[in-house]
Design a protein around this ligand. Structure first.
Ligand code: HEC
Length: 255
């Protein structure tokens, strides 16, 4: 029990110091080019966190990382070929690249931290981790990247992840394409007021089933009870391997 409390305190402390680090580091380099800044900030934070992340034996982490176990998945698909009216071809591919870079960096952060939580205390601990850390972590990465990073779905677990009207349209399109057996690719779209949206599909990988699969089969009943305690309105179970779980949604302000 005491260990659990200490662990929670540690996770919180770690999280908030990370946010502060991201923020201060960014302020200190206000004039620097954004892409360099992103890389530098992530490396900088990583170097600070090394003493903490090293406490889990690497042998435990490696299989988990290779399994792609995380609160979400990174998209690998290529840029979509269709044209978007208000954006030039060059702009479109620039935002596709940026979006992919961000989703991959965010995925790496989340999966690294989540693997650590599992190594420490199994699925229940990882659930707590997702509950306490995943959302603010994505939020702090949003600050670093100067973009709004979200994950959303037609069946949500955290009510904060509920789709906006524009996101609902894209989710529907992805589901229709998946239903037709088409390959799902990242998509860039011009929104109102000079904002640009990047969307990319998130699919169910083997280990996601532990928390998003069929209850009583993939998701242990006791784990589902815990999920329901944390997210009374949870809808995000019953998924099958390879199924579309949701999507990344990143909003940039056009420069
Ligand atoms: C240890 C349990 C656990 C595992 C394993 C897990 N998730 Fe989750 N997932 C959660 C929790 C808890 C949330 C809610 C996070 C929050 O509060 O921000 C969540 C949220 C999400 C969301 C955001 C939308 C929503 O419903 O709130 C997506 C998308 C998602 N998970 C996809 C995945 C994918 C893909 C995998 C596998 C790569 C995965 N998850 C593995 C527990 C898990």
């Amino acid at each position: 029990m005491i260990l659990e409390i200490l662990n929670d305190a540690f996770q919180h402390g770690l999280l908030y110091s990370r946010q502060a680090v991201f923020h201060n580091h960014r302020l200190a380099h206000g004039k620097q080019k954004k892409d360099d800044l992103v890389k530098e900030s992530l490396t900088f934070v990583d170097s600070l966190l090394k003493p903490f992340t090293m406490k889990i034996p690497a042998a435990l982490l490696i299989p988990l990382l290779f399994a792609g176990f995380a609160c979400e998945s990174a998209p690998k698909e290529e840029a979509e070929q269709s044209t978007t009216e208000q954006l030039t071809e060059a702009e479109r591919s620039e935002y596709i690249d940026k979006g992919k870079q961000i989703t991959q960096a965010t995925f790496a952060e989340l999966s690294g931290q989540l693997s650590e939580a599992i190594a420490e205390g199994g699925v229940p601990n990882a659930l707590k981790y997702c509950n306490v850390v995943a959302y603010p972590l994505v939020d702090s990465l949003s600050q670093v990247h100067d973009a709004i990073i979200r994950r959303t779905s037609q069946k949500i677990r955290n009510p904060k992840d509920a789709p906006t009207e524009a996101e609902k349209v894209m989710l529907q399109t992805y589901h229709e394409r998946a239903g037709a057996g088409e390959e799902l690719k990242p998509h860039v779209k011009q929104l109102e007021e000079g904002r640009i949206a990047f969307y990319a599909p998130i699919k169910i990988q083997p280990l996601c089933l532990n928390c998003h699969g069929k209850v009583g089969k993939d998701v242990k009943q006791e784990h589902y009870d815990l999920i329901k305690q944390l997210y009374p309105e949870d809808e995000a179970t019953g998924y099958e391997l390879g199924e579309l779980r949701g999507m990344w949604s990143i909003t940039f302000t056009k420069l």
